[in-house]
Design a protein around this ligand. Sequence first.
Ligand SMILES: Cc1ncc(COP(=O)(O)O)c(C=O)c1O
Length: 394
Amino acid sequence: MKIHTQAVHAGDRKKAPAHIPATTPIYTATTYFYESMERLDRIFGQEEEGFCYSRYDNPSAAALEELMCALEGGHTALACASGMAAVQMAVTAALVDRPRSIVAANALYGATVGMLMNVLEPAGVAVRFADPTDLQALEAAVGEARPGCVLMETVSNPLLRVGAIDRIAEIARKAGAALVVDNTFATPLLSRPLAWGADFVVHSVTKYLAGHGDVLGGVVVTTEEHGAHLRNLSRTLGPVLGPFECYLTMRGIKTFPLRMERQCANACRVASWLAGHPKIERVHFTGDPAHPDAATIRRLFPPNLYGAMVSFELRDAGRTEVFRFMDALQLVVRATSLGDVHSMMLYPVMSSHREISPKHRLRMGIRDSLVRLSVGIEAPEDIVEDLELALEKV
Ligand SMILES: Cc1ncc(COP(=O)(O)O)c(C=O)c1O
């Protein structure tokens, strides 16, 4: 063969070697070759397991999806290009063969609210909001709306409220709605919503699961009942995660339980220190025995694991004082996002809740003095010292 042909074909399409890599390699191939058309036909028709085209399925993604099914106790998973792609895929799959109507929690990640109001509602999906920590109000909203989907987060942002997923799943099931739970803040270490009756669990793996601030990704995990809908939708819409990001996510997940345990323990230390500081007016933390949802948290979360997010309000502070405080941080990173190995602080009024009017924000309990801290794996005394020195500047 001529050099031009050799350059294209030589070395490729080797038989799989007898050795098995101990961890999953990055499979960048977009298409797969089989010895016969008969076999390729069976794989295209999903009569035989195998890979034919990476938008349908890819060995790196399949490995991550198997891992996520194990962590969340699910049957089928879909690795997506972002947490938002995962939220959208879960909601779309939940609405297959169900009324085009959603009852959503009244405190959700901003882009999720944007998806509901700016994408789904204009496309003809009825959207109604209800408080997931008020079961009577939620049940009434579901009774009136008769939705196809109920959408909530395990732990709300930024005030860290916790709804009783098992009771909400019951309300949804009775109404014939599928329950979608965004489990990003809680992670499967604290909460496995499918076991409590949810139909779909969603993660932004960008956060705790990948954990190192170097991957953007999402995942949906679901039950056998919804698995085929989810995967068939994905084959058509193609929201999939690339193989390199799948690899990074799997690598991150290997240490996720260890990181999360440490982050939860650090958050307890930081939250109790903040609660005793004279310049702190109020601490919102899921491990606080006086938390408004303490009974639900005790019932549903494992002992001593409360999550690693701590929101707190500076006393007599507005935007100027909060900026001064956050500008003085030396260790805690001033950045959006959460769940990384390093501690990070965000100002909700400026970022996640910027588009919401000040009046509406106040009604939601989000004041100008509120900041949100994602506690990392550093030595807790160093995190505390950084906060202490920064508070001196206020
Ligand atoms: C709870 C929650 N869900 C979903 C998302 C969206 O994830 P991503 O940024 O990976 O699209 C975020 C992002 O911050 C989030 O906090």
